[in-house]
Design a protein around this ligand. Structure first.
Ligand code: LAC
Length: 214
């Protein structure tokens, strides 16, 4: 029953991608929340489309291109300066409030496994001060979650059997991708959403990182 390692998704799970709203509001008052939602939705869509097309590019490029799309769709004027400023926000996203203490209290090996590219993850993790044993990026396998190759990367790099890894994500599609692969899965359901209809169920549904392993 005891898990040998916990592997966390980054964006949306440990780090709040909607931290970008405040900076967006400076540029386009009243539009920050809608921009943030569309930006995130397109960012994820592009990862899935690129994975199916076998046209991997790093998440930093995906994120920048999704921002450009979202601004065009919402008719918000984006120049290089604003694009750069918003991309910089991604390097210092806030952690969800319970995350730092929750991770510190978990006495097991902890890693991040993220779609994020190393150029985004390294400054983000450093800025947040979270203590992790490994930060793993899909960049090594050049395909995005929920491709099984990505979850296998955690098995290979941590040297732990998949049955002994607990995977934690707030993104239901990611949680179920991890379950399909064979991890023991905690879905952090902060928004009280229904489970995606993909033929799998998370092992545990929790409200925040502080409920993992309880
Ligand atoms: C990640 C995305 C899925 O961090 O949020 O991998």
């Amino acid at each position: 029953m005891a898990l040998q390692a916990l592997v966390f998704d980054a964006y949306g799970t440990l780090y709040d991608v909607h931290s970008v709203v405040r900076r967006s509001e400076d540029f386009w008052p009243g539009k920050g929340a809608v921009l943030s939602q569309l930006w995130r939705a397109k960012q994820l869509e592009y990862t899935w489309q690129r994975s199916l097309m076998r046209r991997y590019v790093p998440f930093s490029q995906v994120t920048r291109e999704a921002l450009a799309y979202a601004c065009e769709a919402l008719q918000l004027a984006l120049d290089d300066g604003r694009s750069h400023a918003l991309m910089q926000e991604y390097l210092r996203l806030a952690t969800y409030p319970e995350v730092p203490a929750a991770l510190a209290a978990l006495r097991v090996r902890k890693a991040i496994l993220s779609n994020g590219s190393p150029d985004m993850l390294a400054p983000l993790v450093a800025h947040s001060g979270l203590a992790l044993d490994a930060v793993l990026s899909v960049d090594e396998v050049r395909i995005f979650k929920p491709a099984p190759e990505v979850y296998q990367l955690a098995v290979d790099r941590l040297g732990v059997r998949k049955e002994d890894i607990g995977f934690v994500s707030s993104n239901c599609w990611d949680a179920l991708g991890a379950k399909s692969f064979g991890f023991r899965v905690y879905w952090i359901n902060r928004l009280k959403a229904p489970v995606d209809a993909l033929g799998f169920q998370p092992d545990r549904i929790v409200q925040g990182a502080h409920e993992v392993l309880l």
